[in-house]
Design a protein around this ligand. Structure first.
Ligand code: NAD
Length: 498
């Protein structure tokens, strides 16, 4: 144990967590044990909840919604709670980052940066709580006035993945709370700790009991039951496209609950010959290696102009070889561990398939042995054709495939040649090319001469099979509302019956 900073060494024993319903911690009979993917030692034990536990959580969220203990407060009062959450997160930043690292395997410096982003999410959510408003129609004639109200949609189910357990949570929770909704959260079974820690933070900030409930357990049992639950008004699901599809079926077969879906991506990064190639290579290396490529918006398809392709790939391969892959608790580490053994095997299998298909390996290409944990070197393939599985499938790992183009049209066509539409970036100093490509590539998030930049003011979400709806910003809050038109007669009614 590091005596100066306990948040820089693994814990001596796994920590037990309960689950959180109606403002109370509860325990269960069965638990999942989670080992740190970077170290192999047990770090947490969370409850394998039952469907009865889930039903109790939905009932608590329903009661808290119906009695208006939260939605009945003013926007200013809700904002006050959200701002207190931001303050508490500032105080507990290092501790929350630590548990995120232990369960997920991401580098500690990155995790702290993510908590800063989460603090910003609560601050923006506080602003949104005060600014949420509807519309009015003063154009319906002298005897009719129209108002459009945003009302909270009700009880929200929130299902989150393991790649950014706290960040994805915090890109949604403040906006759900800003709208006046209550919720039941089901985090990934391998990364539940920080979702549970948020329950402590919200309670300390003064959030009424029953508004935020957390039920831990498997996706197959608890996730499925939440998506089918007849008393849940909306489900916000972030995860794979395959499970997203099962949520659509579950909603259709239960109560037609509204769905927000944030799913997979196979995101293009387009580099023109007139770009600052040093900047673009740095962006491409970051875009594929950040969070070990286990990132829905990873730039996993490099689409580079043929005239500079060979030089650019050489530059990029040199940069990728310098990335510091290592122990997630080491302050100097840039890329940490692969989060699950299954994901590790999937990534290595795709690398083998890329080699077998004849793609040329320019960087990485296999595991890194650090004596414990599971690590993969940032990998670059050239000579990739668009029909290879490494070019089509979301690998969700640090594997970048390079393809070449000659014209702007060809670059756009290649970028759009995917079932996904989550994110994209373009690197060029030519404003016409930058604007043409950003308008024609079908993706929910677009970056020009940068990558993964942004804040919670801006909406997040995907085109095509990357999902439905938007999270964050005012667009995000509105997703958690129902829109009601109110018509008001002014003066004496003109009678229908003479
Ligand atoms: P996953 O779909 O396997 O699991 C996501 C969540 O769904 C987990 O909490 C899991 O327990 C739960 N789940 C599993 N089966 C379920 C079922 N039948 N019904 C309901 N819930 C169920 O995804 P993952 O492996 O945790 O995460 C990786 C995937 O998430 C990638 O495809 C990635 O692109 C996607 N992702 C998307 C975004 C985005 O914003 N678009 C962000 C992060 C991750």
């Amino acid at each position: 144990m590091d005596q100066k900073n306990p948040h820089l060494s693994t814990p001596t024993a796994a920590r037990n967590f309960g689950f959180f319903v109606d403002g109370q911690w509860r325990d269960g009979t069965e638990r999942f044990e989670r080992a740190s993917p970077g170290h192999g030692t047990p770090v947490t034990r969370t409850v394998r909840c039952t469907v009865e536990d889930l039903n109790a959580a939905v009932a608590a969220a329903r009661l808290a919604f119906e009695d208006r203990r939260w939605s009945g407060l003013s926007g200013a009062a809700r904002a006050g709670v959200l701002l207190r959450v931001a303050e508490i997160l500032r105080r507990r930043r290092d501790e929350i980052a630590y548990w995120e690292v232990l369960e997920n395997g991401k580098p500690i410096s990155q995790a702290r940066g993510e908590i800063d982003h989460c603090i910003a999410c609560f601050e923006v959510g506080a602003g949104a709580a005060r600014m949420l408003h509807g519309d009015s129609f003063n154009s319906l004639g002298d005897d009719l006035f129209g108002m459009v109200l945003h009302e909270p949609i009700g009880v929200v189910g929130l299902i989150t993945p393991w790649n950014f357990p706290f960040l994805i949570l915090c890109e949604r929770v403040p906006f759900i709370l800003a709208s006046g909704c209550t919720m039941v959260v089901k985090p990934s079974e391998v990364t539940s700790a920080t979702t549970l820690l948020l329950a402590e933070v919200l309670a300390e900030a003064g959030l009424p009991a029953g508004v935020y409930n957390v039920v831990t357990g498997s996706g197959r049992v608890i996730g499925q039951a939440l998506s089918e639950h007849p008393d849940v008004d909306m489900l916000s699901f972030t995860g794979s496209t395959a499970v997203g599809r099962s949520c659509v079926h579950a909603a259709a077969d239960s109560n037609f609950k509204k769905l927000g879906l944030e799913l997979g991506g196979k995101n293009p990064i387009i580099v023109f010959s007139d770009a600052d190639l040093e900047d673009a290579a740095d962006g491409a290396a970051f875009g594929i290696s950040f969070n070990t490529g286990q990132c829905c918006v990873s730039s996993s398809r490099l689409i580079v102009e043929r005239s500079v392709a060979a030089d650019f790939e050489k530059l990029l391969a040199e940069k990728m070889a310098k990335i510091r892959v290592g122990d997630p608790l080491d302050e100097a580490t840039q890329v940490g561990a692969i989060t699950t053994e299954a994901q590790n095997a999937t990534i290595l299998d795709y690398i083998a398939r890329g080699k077998a298909a004849g793609a040329r390996l320019l960087a990485g290409g296999g595991p890194i042995d650090l004596g414990r944990g599971q690590y993969i070197a940032p990998t670059l393939f050239s000579g990739v054709s668009r029909d290879m599985p490494i070019a089509r499938d979301e690998i969700f790992g640090p594997v970048l495939c390079s393809m070449h183009f000659d014209t702007v049209e060809e670059a756009i066509q290649l970028a759009n040649d995917t079932v996904y539409g989550l994110a994209a970036s373009v690197w060029t100093k030519n404003i016409d090319k930058a604007l043409t490509v950003s308008r024609r590539v079908r993706a929910g998030r677009f970056w020009v001469n940068t990558i993964m930049a942004g804040g919670p003011e801006m909406p997040l979400g995907g085109f095509k099979q990357s999902g439905w709806g938007r999270e964050a910003g005012m667009y995000g809050v509105e997703e958690y509302t129902q829109v009601k038109s109110v018509h008001v007669e002014i003066g004496k009614r003109t009678h229908w019956i003479a």
